[in-house]
Design a protein around this ligand. Sequence first.
Ligand code: PBG
Length: 327
Amino acid sequence: MDLTMRPRRLRKTEGLRRMVRETRVDAASLIYPMFVMDGKDKVEPIEAMPGQYRYTVDRLGEIVDQLGEAGVNSVMLFGIPAQKDPVGSQAYAPDGIVQRAIGRMKMLNPELFIVGDVCMCEYTSHGHCGVLCGCEVDNDKTLPLLAKAALSQVEAGADMVAPSDMMDGRVRAIRETLDANGHTDTPIMSYAVKYASSFYGPFREAAGSAPAFGDRRGYQMDYHNRLEGIKEALLDVEEGADIVMVKPAMSFLDIVRDVRERVNVPVGAYSVSGEYAMVKAAAAQGWIDEEKIVCEMAVSAFRAGANVYLTYYAKELARFIREGRIG
Ligand code: PBG
């Protein structure tokens, strides 16, 4: 056969494949999302997310140790408060659950990079991501509360804040509040392109944050839309976002690529609870190879253009990377 190009030449050996590899992953790009809850001496398993737990503040040492051993340097915290109310006041209470957890984790490991998720849905009695006006989430009334929540997390020691509420103008509101209080150097990673997705199902069980009525389609994005994702990302950069994130990851890698090509800031991709649950469930049946699937999902997010990857598999991935079992 007279073939000039034989792509198989470069696939011949493991060494050659590694030499010409286009995508490489690094544990420094991983963020581990995790749940902290009010109470004492509890590490509660999350049913739909086997291997993930809700920690009370006094038990955080266990996970901080595990992260250290695994080589994961960043976490993102979600809080589950003892009490919820219509205006989500525990989201911005100086002694709220996330604020206390941040303080404790910083004490346990000052090197740990802590991201605070900023949203109202875990803290409101109705489970929506902002305050209500009738049955609607009131965008503009929610902004000052989000800014207050972000500020309280930064004052508690958070290294970065990540608004996930999808209110318009929240990046600007948070930036202005942080700056006015002297936190000009604290970055914002916005959930810029967050779709209304059924992949969040297990998270809502984990955080007890399912909306009491209706759904989130009035503020989270319609998953049929691509251009709108670019619009959201550009808007957030303009408002001062330092990193823009796309969420979920796996079914939205086209959007990760689109956003990567349009912005000049780092792009995050969040492999959400439903992605994790599906892999765990299939692996438990012996239907898939968990490690290989997890590596393939991570590499595909980076290949799509992500610079930062948020995943409940961060500890395992960091280990696979260290042991040279992933690119
Ligand atoms: C809070 C928030 C959610 C997730 C991250 N931040 C839930 C939601 O929007 O309903 C989902 C994360 C996951 O599924 O892993 N608004």
